[in-house]
Write a new protein. Structure first.
Length: 132
């Protein structure tokens, strides 16, 4: 678990420095390790990182088809991560704890999913935004 966490942290560092290939390699390694351990909540967290990375990769390429593919992949990952984070808020007993989780964990995932939906022009998900 610690090794997977280190790879996730390295991915964040690489991405923050604009080293997108290094970030991808680290995030994918973390995903594999968390999956092998059966830590689905950690997998969904790294999927959020990868979705964010896909958005950055799409912005960095001049190939429209590749950009669209990256955005769709990011959206797929973001939606799964968003739904998982929202469902997990019910693990907390108090309203304050659930609200803190929603604000600090679920909200960034929700924003990313809707931003990617807007970029790929996914009208169905865009309509959902107005219900949330």
């Amino acid at each position: 678990r610690d090794q997977a966490g280190c790879h996730r942290n390295l991915g964040n560092v690489y991405e923050g420095r604009g080293l997108l290939a290094g970030a991808e390699a680290s995030f994918l390694r973390a995903l594999g390790l968390f999956e092998s351990l059966g830590l689905i909540h950690e997998v969904r967290g790294v999927e959020f990182n990868v979705a964010f990375l896909r958005e950055a990769q799409a912005a960095a390429t001049s190939d429209a088809a590749q950009s669209a593919g990256l955005l769709w992949d990011g959206l797929r990952l973001a939606v799964g991560s968003m739904l998982d984070a929202d469902a997990r808020r019910f693990q907390f007993r108090t309203e304050g704890d659930r609200l803190a989780w929603a604000e600090h964990v679920a909200a960034p995932r929700i924003r990313l999913a809707f931003r990617l939906a807007a970029r790929v022009k996914d009208a169905d998900l865009e309509r959902v935004k107005w219900c949330v």
